[in-house]
Structure formats: structure tokens, C-alpha cells
Design a protein around this ligand. Structure first.
Ligand code: HEM
Length: 332
């Protein structure tokens, strides 16, 4: 089995509509999001493509524009459709006082519906504002968790002893039942959480972040003036031997509560830190536990390639250059 990247039901949570990415791994929307990331990196590394008037007149720039139009067009269409649906439902149900009802439809609200609701009630957000928020969520939210889960499976496929401990934890929680996990089950998956974190340490799906300095700083004797663009390399920070002895070794015990407490808060920052940190980090963990536990309850995973043969590419999210090859053996 070649794991290029799992695509989750995230679009349904964000927009309230499924995009059937599981059944259609070549979904045009997912393909375009992936292409946009690759084309952005391609442009970033070629200084002559930085000016818009050159970039958009090259084949790569035209492909970028096409993908961008497709992604934004899809979101715009969904926003229009759901806006119409919500305003019709609102007319029908304005007598209702049931707080669980979302415009008369008894269901959980998608992120997009929540924004529409605020916009309709308070008139504070334009359609363009809503589209930008939904696009940020869609892009920040789906490829990151997909990539992180793929790397976690890859590491578990190399460490059968760790995989058996995860399986033992899951067996304890589910007691042989085939039911889907509840929120309580997910919270009990403590060892799986440590495994996900250790995989994120070695393969941080956001391998670097960037900031413009607001004030002058001095780092180890070097003066760096305000206004400088700095890149924080999470990938390397996670390998600091001062905090992670044997940094290349896969060891989920690095995330035992007592070890976490003994480290500096910023020694491990896969979700960044400070006021612009990841607002989806708790959701990401729940999502990953859901998908990984579903796979690991049913299958044993074996990685078919050596770690050193799988090249991680920083294409905005950290991807395996040619996907990850794993073998699945049914546990039943
Ligand atoms: C393993 C999964 C994920 C990782 C590693 C991750 C990592 C990050 C990082 C490092 C940032 C900060 C970027 C920066 O400082 O420039 C960020 C921002 C963000 N993330 Fe995540 N993320 C993940 C999943 C998610 C999910 C599931 C969502 C949505 C539900 C999400 C939504 C966002 C948003 C909206 C921002 C921008 C926040 C802001 O600028 O104020 N992320 N993420």
C-alpha cells in the first residue's frame, strides 16, 4: 500500500459538505491544494519568479492561477449554496428557541455555518471575509493532519513493539467492540498521543515558521535588527540534544508527563507558540487519534522502506517525496 497522504472528512467539518476525497483520491480540490503548496515552494526558491508580472506569464504561474481559481471557486460556490439554505431554514424556524437547533436544522454546525450565522445576525463579515477564513481552515487543517498521520504510521511500521503497546491500549479501551470511538475513548488514548507527538517531533508537518521582528534582538552575541524576516526551523529545534538525548531515536517516552514538565515550554513547538499558534491543535489530535485508532484496531502495519530512504520534502507541509510504502496485515 502506498500512503501518499490520507485525506480526511475535514472539509465536511469546515464547510458542511463532503468532497468525497476518500473515494476519489484524485479529487480535483485536494489535487489543487497539493499543487498550490508545491508551486508556492517552486516559486519561493526561484527569485526571478517573485515579481507577479513574470510569474503569471510562465506555465507554472498559469497553473498556479488555475489551481487557485479552482480552490477559491469551490469555496465561493459552497458559501453561496449554504447561505441560501441557511436563510430559507432561518425563515422557517425563527419561532424556535431550541439552542441545539442551527436555523431549524437539528445537526452540528460546520465552521462555515457558524461564520454565516454571525454574518447574518451582525453583518460584520463579507462573503470575501468568510471565504478567506474558510480557505485558511481548509488548507491549514487538512494537509497537516493528513501528513502527520502518514508519518506516524510510517514510524509505527518501523517499531512493532511500540505498535503492540498502542494496540494493547486500544484493546483495553474497546474491549473487542467494533464501535466508533467516543470523545471519552479518544481522551483515554494517552499512549497513542505520545506516539503522535514523537512522530511530530521527528517529522513536524509544519517544519518551519516565519516572522518579521518587531524589535531589535541579540541572539548569542549576534544583533538582529527590527524588520528582519526570520525563519524558525522547527524541524531542527525538535532535534536539540539538550532536550532530546539521542534526537534521531523514535521514543514516545519523550512525552511522558514528567519529561514534558522537565523541559522548557518552547522545546517542542510543532503547533508554533505565542499569539499566532495553531488554533486547530486540539482538533488535530482528536482527528488523528480517530483515524489512526481505526486503522490500528484492524491492521498491523509494516513499513517497507528504511527511514533514510524516505526523503522528507518541506513543501509547506513536510511530505515524503514519493509517498510512504507500508504493508497492512489484518488482525482478524
Ligand atoms: C498536525 C496538525 C497540525 C499542525 C502540525 C499545525 C501546525 C500549525 C502551525 C505551526 C501554525 C502556525 C503557523 C505560523 O506560526 O506561521 C498553525 C496555524 C494555524 N493552524 Fe494549524 N496545524 C495543524 C492542524 C490544524 C487544524 C486541524 C486546523 C483547523 C481546524 C488548523 C488551523 C490553523 C489555523 C487557522 C492557523 C492560523 C492561526 C493564526 O494565524 O492565527 N491547524 N498550524
Amino acid at each position: 500500500m502506498l500512503v501518499r497522504n490520507f485525506k480526511f472528512c475535514f472539509p465536511e467539518t469546515a464547510m458542511g459538505v463532503p468532497i468525497h476525497a476518500q473515494e476519489d483520491p484524485d479529487s480535483e480540490y485536494c489535487r489543487s491544494v497539493t499543487d498550490l503548496a508545491e508551486l508556492t515552494v517552486h516559486r519561493r526558491e526561484r527569485i526571478w519568479l517573485h515579481p507577479d508580472f513574470i510569474f503569471y506569464n510562465t506555465p507554472v504561474g498559469r497553473r498556479y492561477k488555475k489551481c487557485l481559481n479552482l480552490v477559491q471557486g469551490f469555496t465561493k460556490k459552497v458559501i453561496q449554496e449554504r447561505k441560501a439554505l441557511l436563510s430559507n431554514a432561518a425563515k422557517r424556524s425563527h419561532e424556535s428557541s431550541d439552542e441545539d437547533r442551527s436555523f431549524g436544522i437539528r445537526r452540528k454546525k460546520a465552521f462555515l455555518d457558524l461564520l454565516q450565522e454571525v454574518s447574518m445576525k451582525e453583518g460584520t463579515l463579507t462573503d470575501e471575509d468568510i471565504r478567506e477564513e474558510v480557505d485558511t481552515f481548509m488548507i491549514a487543517g487538512h494537509d497537516t493532519t493528513a501528513s502527520s498521520s502518514s508519518w506516524t504510521l510510517f514510524m509505527l511500521g518501523h517499531h512493532p513493539e511500540v505498535q503492540e503497546k498502542v494496540y494493547a491500549e486500544l484493546s483495553e479501551i474497546f474491549q473487542g467492540s467494533q464501535r466508533s470511538p467516543t470523545m471519552k475513548d479518544l481522551n483515554e488514548m494517552k499512549y497513542l498521543e505520545r506516539v503522535i507527538k514523537e512522530s511530530l517531533r521527528l517529522y513536524p508537518t509544519v517544519p518551519f515558521i516565519q516572522r518579521i521582528l518587531k524589535e531589535d534582538i541579540n541572539i548569542e552575541g549576534y544583533d538582529i535588527p527590527a524588520g528582519t524576516a526570520v525563519t524558525v526551523l522547527i524541524y531542527y529545534a525538535n532535534r536539540n540534544p539538550e532536550y532530546f538525548p539521542n534526537p534521531e531515536e523514535f521514543n514516545p517516552d519523550n512525552f511522558l508527563p514528567e519529561r514534558v514538565l522537565s523541559r522548557h515550554n518552547f522545546a517542542f513547538v510543532p503547533f508554533s507558540a505565542g499569539p499566532r499558534n495553531c488554533i486547530g491543535q486540539k482538533f488535530a489530535m482528536l482527528e488523528e487519534k480517530t483515524i489512526l485508532s481505526s486503522i490500528l484496531r484492524r491492521f498491523k502495519i509494516r513499513s517497507l522502506e528504511r527511514r533514510e530512504d524516505v526523503n522528507p520534502i518541506p513543501a509547506i507541509v513536510l511530505r515524503p517525496e514519493h509517498g510512504i510504502k507500508v504493508a497492512l496485515a489484518s488482525r482478524t
